[in-house]
Design a protein around this ligand. Structure first.
Ligand code: M6R
Length: 614
């Protein structure tokens, strides 16, 4: 949700900043801007729309400055206009700032500043913070720390979340960053150092990355840097090699990141699974759980917290873990868990699942769980993310950067890790070695089966062609395929803007059946269990009301001709991997459906890749 990149070095900042913005664009793409320190003034460019608009405008008036900050915006306060685009400049022209997050008390601060004679040209909370820094600066005597001290004074006055990068006209070799709630990372290169919201912004330009913790400040001065607390105490700077954090995010021959990420699922899943089975071949070995065996063996309850697609993966986990490990599982919207104050029932484990590891609602749910003294584990894709750092233990998804806003390979790996967790917990509790062995075999087969399904992509494209005029669709499934139905509906609506709803198949008769008509297709994901007959009966109910039916079903499930208009076949597979396989045609269906409507599948309207505001 918004991307920040700042450059301080020996060379020219412009190219690194624009390149960094391109890499960050998936975080928000309403507008973009850049500011350069030109010695006696700042030069700026701001454009609405994509980073390419900004790049064109910067090329026309290029800058040779070696100090600059840039931002790509996902609008929170105020419409998508140039004046609301970052960077923002203080009234006295001394400060420029870029900001991610939301300053909740910005109205109070704005009134205070207006009382002091400040004027505002945007509707943003960010311009308020920039001027608050300028106001505090004006109250301080000149000193070598005046810039940093002004920031240290301003930030405690703010309620809410921020990740900021700031420049001051009086300090031509200094850039300051600070974070609370919104991620910020320092990149250390040979000829330049960086501040960014995400290490992918400086891949190929910085060698080491230092992640800031909440309440910390990064001061980059010349070629030096230091991390301090807001109070001014030195903080520990732990660096990690950048190449271990962010891999290349090039598109290659694919037309979109979504397509690339769908088709790289076989290799992505191989990475998720690699080296994670016990030597006896009956269990999963997740090193992030090591040291917690006793607590895991004696669990009374698991609570998953997550948002969006990640929550659907958790729901798959709910069915699998309860079945394999016989532990009660609940799945909560992270935003609801955070405020719900659920009673502490016995020994509960909270598992937070987040591709980015930066989703604010999920992080706040973890913080709430920790306040209650609960053990917390994280499943995330991003190494060094806030979730990875704030949980007691956890597991990385290892599927490489996911750039497309619509989550695809992340879902598959999260569902896969949930199955592995179910296996590991099951084997610690009641699951037999034989059952464990069958699950290990199934999981090892998963990447090849995923390949097989993806090879039938053309068939799905044809289905999308047939149904792409529909404006309303239902997705239905039972048990662990119910979350797959939810995910299929979410994927379709977020990138094609068609209205889609997911339901447990049996719920159809309790209301949604009223929507059935020849114009409203229903997509059924069929289990391949003793429940399949019931799902097929639901399909017939839809057909009886002239609703078109698409069935996604395992090879061996017999479907009467009159029950479905179209059938897409999946390989027969073990129950633990069925949800992952059944979800693949739905990913492809949404992808082709949106393309046929001429839409940008990677950057759907109103969305951003990672939601770091409440
Ligand atoms: O980074 P996270 O996994 O925490 O993100 C959670 C959701 O925002 C995300 O899955 C969202 O629902 C996707 N756009 C779905 O495709």
């Amino acid at each position: 949700m918004c991307g920040i990149i700042g450059y301080l070095g020996k060379g020219c900042a412009q190219e690194s900043l624009i390149d960094g913005l391109r890499r960050l664009e998936y975080r928000g793409y309403d507008s973009a801007g850049v500011a350069f320190h030109e010695g006696k003034s700042f030069s700026m460019a701001r454009e609405t729309g994509r980073v390419k608009n900004l790049a064109t405008s910067v090329q026309k008036n290029s800058s040779s400055s070696s100090l600059g900050i840039a931002h790509t915006r996902w609008a929170t306060h105020g419409a998508v206009t140039v004046s609301n685009t970052h960077p923002h400049v203080s009234n006295d022209g001394k400060f420029v700032m870029v900001h991610n997050g939301v300053i909740e008390n910005f109205n109070t601060l704005k009134k205070f500043l207006i009382g002091k004679g400040f004027e505002f040209s945007s509707e943003t909370d960010s311009e308020v913070l920039c001027n608050l820094i300028a106001y505090n600066y004006s109250e301080l005597e000149p000193s070598e720390d005046r810039f940093i001290d002004a920031i240290r004074m301003a930030l405690p006055q703010c309620r809410g979340a921020y990740g900021i990068a700031v420049l001051c006209l009086d300090f031509p070799d200094t850039m300051v960053g600070a974070r609370r709630g919104s991620p910020l990372v320092v990149g250390l290169g040979e000829d330049a150092n960086f501040i960014a919201s995400d290490a992918s912004a400086f891949v190929g330009r910085a060698k080491e990355a230092v992640f800031l913790n909440d309440g910390e400040l990064a001061v980059l001065q010349g070629s030096e840097f230091r991390i301090t607390t807001l109070e001014g105490h030195e903080a520990k700077a732990v660096s990690q090699p950048v190449d271990q954090i962010s891999e290349e995010v090039e598109l290659g021959d694919f037309g979109s990141y979504m397509e690339k990420e769908i088709y790289e699922q076989p290799s992505a899943l191989k990475n998720t699974l690699r080296g994670r089975f016990g030597d006896d071949g009956t269990t999963a070995k997740l090193s992030g759980l090591e040291g917690h065996e006793e607590e895991l063996r004696n669990l009374d309850r698991i609570i998953f917290v997550a948002c969006g697609t990640a929550r659907h993966a958790c729901m798959v986990g709910e069915y699998l873990i309860e079945r394999l490990a016989r532990v009660p599982v609940e799945v909560e919207h992270a935003s609801e868990f955070r405020y719900r104050n659920s009673p502490k029932a016995g020994k509960s484990l909270v598992i937070a699942v987040s591709q980015s590891g930066e989703t604010l609602d999920t992080l706040e749910a973890v913080r709430e769980a920790k306040t209650k003294g609960l053990l917390t584990l994280g499943i995330t894709n991003v190494v060094g993310s806030s979730l990875a750092r704030e949980t007691d233990g956890g597991v990385y998804q290892r599927v490489g950067p996911e750039i497309g806003v619509a989550s695809t390979k992340a879902f598959s790996s999260q569902a896969c890790l949930c199955a592995m967790l179910g296996l590991a917990l099951g084997r610690m509790r009641e699951l037999s070695p034989m059952d464990g062995q069958a699950i290990v075999t199934a999981l090892k087969d998963l990447p090849d089966l995923v390949s097989q399904v993806l090879q039938q992509g053309e068939q799905i494209r044809e289905l999308a062609v047939k149904y792409s005029k529909a404006d309303h669709l239902l997705f239905l499934g039972r048990q662990s395929l119910y979350p797959v139905a939810l995910e299929g509906a979410l994927k379709l609506k977020e990138i094609s803007y068609a209205h889609a709803e997911g339901y447990p198949a049996a719920e159809l008769k309790h209301g949604p059946i009223a929507l059935i008509s020849p114009e409203c297709p229903s997509v059924f994901v069929v289990e391949g269990t003793e429940l399949s007959a019931k799902t097929i009966a639901n399909m017939q109910e839809v057909k009886a009301r002239k609703g078109p039916v698409i069935a996604i079903a395992p090879q061996s499930v017999e479907i009467p001709e009159e029950a479905a208009d179209d059938i897409f076949r999946l390989p027969d597979a073990h129950e633990v991997i069925r949800p992952i396989l059944a979800n693949l045609p739905l990913q492809l269906f949404a992808y082709h459906f949106a393309l046929l409507r001429g839409l940008d599948v990677d950057k759907p309207r109103n969305l951003a890749k990672s939601v770091t505001v409440e």
